[in-house]
Design a protein around this ligand. Structure first.
Ligand code: NAD
Length: 288
């Protein structure tokens, strides 16, 4: 049995980071949510309160359990003073420079046995680990899916230097959070996004070429292929900026033009139409 994880720091309080922190807290793990943006931290706190209240309403949690989960969550803008943590999960923007700069800081900030995980969707774990210097053996990919509290999969990716001990602790942590870890090798996009992003990109081209309207493209794949959600709605749900950034990593790393983001996707991102998180992407999502 590997050393258990009792306290985690989650860096990034967006779509994924807020879900990871909530899932950890519900699993009995203390979670400290960090973000540069006070607005994002407020949004994450509101999301946590609302989700826990909903679970009580649906009788999936008792009032006491919700209160305990809430008490395990805390929020801050800086991780520098938080040395005594078992694990940090980085869920900041999908940008290699942002991630490397964070891992450079993690190596100096956290105790020597802290697990250094990244929720990257596509960026090489080996590359991110170079920024952690002598701590590269503790760096690992822990790729959760959206929405984190619901989706069972964690894609687990070892970098070239990741140790067996780091892998064992990560598998235990994923299971302790109620997830099913599945391994993938360290190639851009791993398995999930290597397969999913070309499908989403092609749906944008199909729309751009006027083959069908967005709602019809989605309905064809839902009714004809038994997808739970069409690819364009899924892109809005993931975040069009996140899809764009993942496609750029795939394009740069694998060198195949099929991964280059479709012009209409790039245009929506430039216009700030990012999907559910900005209330408008391919489709509109009136704020509740
Ligand atoms: P998001 O845009 O919703 O949130 C990113 C957050 O990171 C923002 O709140 C931003 O303020 C914060 N941030 C940026 N730089 C920071 C820094 N230096 N320090 C602290 N906080 C910082 O993005 P997201 O959808 O939550 O994606 C986060 C990561 O998870 C990305 O690597 C993405 O590829 C990956 N991911 C996303 C999905 C998805 O469906 N959206 C699924 C799996 C993995």
């Amino acid at each position: 049995m590997s050393k258990p994880v009792n306290t985690i720091v989650v860096v990034g309080a967006g779509t994924m980071g807020s879900g990871i922190a909530l899932t950890a807290a519900q699993s009995g793990i203390r979670a400290i949510q960090i973000d540069l943006s006070a607005a994002q931290l407020d949004k994450a706190r509101g999301y946590h309160t609302k989700q826990l209240a909903r679970l009580v309403e649906k009788q999936k949690l008792t009032e006491q359990q919700a209160k305990e989960a809430q008490s395990r969550l805390s929020y801050g803008s800086d991780f520098a003073s938080l040395s005594e943590v078992d694990c940090v999960i980085e869920a900041a923007s999908e940008n290699p420079e942002v991630k490397k700069s964070l891992f450079r800081s993690f190596a100096g900030a956290f105790a020597a046995d802290t697990l250094l995980a990244t929720n990257t969707s596509s960026i090489s774990i080996t590359d991110i680990a170079t920024a952690a210097g002598g701590r590269a053996s503790q760096v690992i990919g822990m790729h959760f899916f959206n929405p984190v509290p619901v989706m069972k999969l964690v894609e687990v990716i070892r970098g070239i230097a990741t140790s067996d001990e780091t892998l064992a602790r990560t598998l235990d942590l994923a299971r302790a959070m109620g997830k099913t870890p599945v391994p993938a090798n360290d190639r851009a996009g791993f398995v999930s996004n290597r397969v999913l992003m070309p499908l989403i990109n092609e749906a944008f081209y199909t729309w751009m070429e006027g083959v069908a309207k967005p709602e019809d493209i989605d309905q064809i794949l839902v009714l004809g292929c038994n997808f739970p959600m069409g690819p364009l709605r899924l892109a809005d749900f993931i975040g069009l900026d996140v899809c764009h950034d993942i496609m750029m990593v795939l394009y740069r790393e694998l060198g195949d033009p099929k991964f280059f983001p479709c012009p209409i996707l790039r245009q929506l991102v430039s216009a700030g139409r990012l999907g559910n998180k900005s209330n408008r992407g391919v489709f509109e999502y009136p704020s509740k």
